[in-house]
Ligand binder design. Structure first.
Ligand code: AHR
Length: 512
């Protein structure tokens, strides 16, 4: 049963100003801990690994002969870090790359695999060293489930159907035996399978009506053994668009479990000059947060359409690409989408995760873009070195919300405003974790003013609350290869009746 009960009501409340001019937001968190909202599907914490830049090659895969310690070609340091933050799901092989990917290129002896050109991302050579078997190895090493994105844009119905058979058949078919000959006896489990990606753009520049016909045709031929059918994902819209959600949910009556949706946070709101990853002032900090918070309105609008077209609530709304997207870093291949990650990215991640929790009734899965070395990454690598980004730490701190049961929450917070635009100064999440403890997450979007948190909570609150905080002195604080722990979580302890949330900070505490 899924139902959305988390409610953040935003009131305009004045700041209280101390003698020295320092201001404090007055924030009230009200909840009855005996209430239950929808389960926060752990797949909301999904990751994305595309054949793009140094995301897969170098970032994850170094090959079995590398001097960098690895298991089956995947670097041990990165796997260990990702395992620690509990990655539930990985989407592969794209992205735009998916609609140019031909799965047969990535099976069999590596030296016989064709070398292709990655036309989307930098025009580099794609050796196909990482293919289907290697991707499932990666998932197994991480203990994660898989989301495979099929090629609708430049593939065929037959090619997609045969890939599905190759991966899932338990029969004595030629394709299943080819899989066995390539080293995998048992069929694999696939949790989600996407039929095309961004079909409105890099996936074929289609109209939604045309796509829905193609979707029905492709989905018809995706056959699996009984009980092994993945959740099938229709390629939906992006940003403020709702037409794709409307057309897909009206016109595809069967064989679709959810609709994908993409929204990237560009500080400047334009593709030509998106904004710098690390050099920014408060104006750009605010612009980034104002833009990212539009996710609230976009989710609300798309979900309203789903509630109309699918009142039984059978379709999920999958935000399978989201995150910050900045200008390419100076001196780097622009097509590799490598960017640094600051405290601002940590706040963006926490704000969005709070929103996904609030809409957990429909939002069952999301994938931040992307896992390593690409866009809002968890991990950056440099040769044999790796570091965890501030975004990594948010995913780690928030892992207690995976499969937790949300608890309806009313959050009364003032605005953080600039010009004629405003976002809530504080957003949050409340849920009962699988370990039976109740967790509260709060993020203060305001870089200048702390927030005094009044907990109006019934149902058993500890006097002393313990957890972790992520913050830094500067908005632009980041982890570098010279200082890997500049932004790292610290222990946080407060009494329930004297709880201060520092400016530009994220806190996760156990309430009991
Ligand atoms: O994540 C980078 C790219 O952004 C993906 O390949 C594509 O789907 C989107 O446009």
């Amino acid at each position: 049963m899924r139902f959305s009960l988390i409610k953040a009501s935003l009131l305009s409340v004045a700041l209280s100003t101390g003698a020295a001019g320092a201001a404090t937001h007055q924030v009230t968190v009200s909840a009855d801990l005996s209430q239950q909202g929808p389960v926060i599907n752990k797949d909301i914490y999904g990751q994305f690994a595309e054949h793009l830049g140094r995301g897969i090659y170098e970032g994850l895969w170094v090959g079995p002969d590398s001097s960098i310690p690895n298991t089956k070609g995947f670097r041990n340091d990165v796997i260990e870090a990702l395992k620690a933050m509990e990655v539930p799901l990985v989407r592969w092989p794209g992205g735009c790359f998916a609609d140019e990917y031909h799965w047969r290129d990535g099976i069999g002896p590596k030296d016989e695999r064709p070398v292709k050109v990655n036309t989307h991302w930098g025009g580099v050579e794609e050796t196909n060293a990482v293919g289907t078997h290697e991707f499932f190895d990666l998932a197994e090493l991480l203990g994660a489930e898989v989301y495979i994105n099929g090629n609708l844009g430049s593939g065929t119905v037959r090619e997609m159907a045969e890939w599905m058979e190759y991966m899932t058949s338990d029969k004595n078919s030629t394709l299943a035996n080819q899989r066995r000959a390539n080293g995998r006896e048992k069929p694999w489990d696939i949790k989600y399978f996407g039929i095309g990606n961004e079909s409105w753009g890099c996936g074929g520049h289609m109209e939604p009506d045309y796509y829905t016909d193609l979707y029905r045709q492709y989905a018809t031929f995706l056959k699996t053994p009984p009980g092994k059918k993945p959740l099938l994902v229709g390629s939906g819209g992006h940003t403020e668009d709702t037409q794709w959600t409307d057309v897909l949910s009206k016109n595809i009556e069967r064989d679709m479990d959810g609709i994908s949706y993409h929204f990237y946070t560009l500080p400047n709101d334009e593709w030509e000059t998106k904004g710098h990853a690390t050099k920014f002032d408060e104006k750009m900090w605010f612009a980034t947060l104002e833009r990212t918070y539009r996710m609230d309105e976009y989710l609300k609008n798309n979900i309203a359409i789903l509630d109309k077209n699918d009142p039984e609530g059978e379709l999920g709304f999958y935000v399978d690409e989201w995150g910050t997207w900045y200008d390419a870093e100076e001196g780097r291949e622009p097509g590799f989408l490598y960017q640094q990650n600051t405290l601002r990215d940590a706040v963006v991640a926490a704000v969005n995760l709070n929103l996904f929790h609030a809409y957990a009734k429909r939002v069952h899965m999301t994938n931040i873009a992307q896992m390593v070395n690409v866009l809002q990454a968890m991990i950056l690598t440099d040769g044999p070195e790796m570091l965890k980004t501030p975004t990594y730490h948010i995913y780690d701190m928030y892992s207690v919300f995976q499969d937790a049961t949300s608890i309806p929450l009313t959050l009364e917070a003032p605005d953080y405003a600039m010009g004629d635009k405003a976002v809530p100064a504080v957003t949050g999440s409340l849920a009962k974790g699988k370990d039976g403890r109740t967790y509260l997450a709060l993020v203060n979007l305001d870089p200048n003013n702390s927030a005094s948190i009044k907990l109006d909570v019934s149902g058993g609150l500890d006097k002393t609350l313990k957890g972790e905080i992520l913050t830094a002195e500067k908005m632009t604080a980041k982890n570098t290869f010279d200082d890997k722990d500049a932004v790292t979580p610290k222990a946080f302890k407060t009494t329930a009746d004297d709880f201060t949330l520092p400016a530009k900070s994220i806190v996760v505490v156990a309430l009991n």
